[in-house]
Design a protein. Structure first.
Lengths: 224, 30
């Protein structure tokens, strides 16, 4: 058990932080929602009603989609683009998909290589892209969830103002949908760019996201 | 190895289940 906790510290801590923040979002979101209900002459709702509402779902989904878009783009962009001096980048001579030798594929696979890496054919082709595919898949699903829940929540607001509800196609071209998307995207892109560029000249001793403290600013692709 | 897979499966199940619930919340919204 102790060993399990140590070996999975990162995923456990961030999982618990996520659930805690989600609970905080539910609690504070309910208070804000009920404030609006009262000023609009409506009746307050329960926590259970709020966490199963489209209002809560769209707020969660719009943040999720942007995070998965961010990591999907980062995973894909770092195959083809480099940043000289950044520990998040590989060196210029490795730009692209790299050789089978570098990727331990085909005759270069070892006995410890995953079965789908040793299989060859379509299995290896799929497995070679599985991280990007899954991140992209979760992004598309979250963005879809944002559009469906966002439309439902937006239409409730419109009905209160005695306006016609929007169809799904009208909603995905609406300013509400794109404003929610863009305000999340801009911060994610800035964060990725900052991480890439700040890690050239700044260090965090012991972090694999940083270069070793004594590494030269010009060194690319080193972790310490 | 198996223990690493426990967290891998937990994360994927949580993400897919939560996305399903968010989509349902939007579809079933009255």
């Amino acid at each position: 058990m102790k060993r399990f906790l140590r070996d999975n510290g990162l995923s456990l801590v961030f999982g618990v932080l996520c659930l805690g923040a989600l609970a905080g979002q539910a609690w504070s979101g309910l208070a804000a929602f009920n404030d609006r209900q009262l000023t609009d002459g409506g009746t307050p709702i329960s926590l259970l009603e709020y966490v199963s509402s489209a209002d809560f779902a769209v707020d969660v989904a719009e943040n999720w989609q942007s995070e998965y878009l961010q990591f999907f783009l980062f995973v894909m962009a770092t195959v083809w683009l480099i940043q000289r001096g950044s520990p998040e980048s590989k060196p210029p001579e490795k730009i692209g998909r790299e050789t089978d030798e570098q990727q331990q594929l085909g005759t270069f696979a070892t006995r410890e290589s995953p079965a789908w890496a040793r299989a060859g054919g379509w299995r290896t082709a799929v497995f070679s892209r599985s991280l990007g595919l899954v991140m992209a898949g979760i992004f598309v699903l979250s963005w879809l969830a944002q559009s469906i829940a966002g439309r439902a929540a937006f239409n409730t607001e419109r009905l209160i103002d005695l306006q016609d509800p929007l169809s799904w196609t009208a909603y995905v071209t609406s300013s509400d949908f794109w404003n929610r998307s863009m305000q999340n995207w801009q911060s994610e892109f800035l964060a990725i760019g900052s991480m890439v560029i700040l890690s050239i000249y700044l260090r965090e001793r012991g972090s694999p996201e940083s270069k070793p403290v004594g590494a030269a600013h010009t060194v690319t692709d080193e972790t310490g | 190895m198996l223990r690493g897979r426990t967290m891998f499966a937990l994360y994927l199940v949580f993400i897919i289940a939560a996305l399903g619930l968010m989509i349902m919340a939007g579809v079933l919204h009255r």
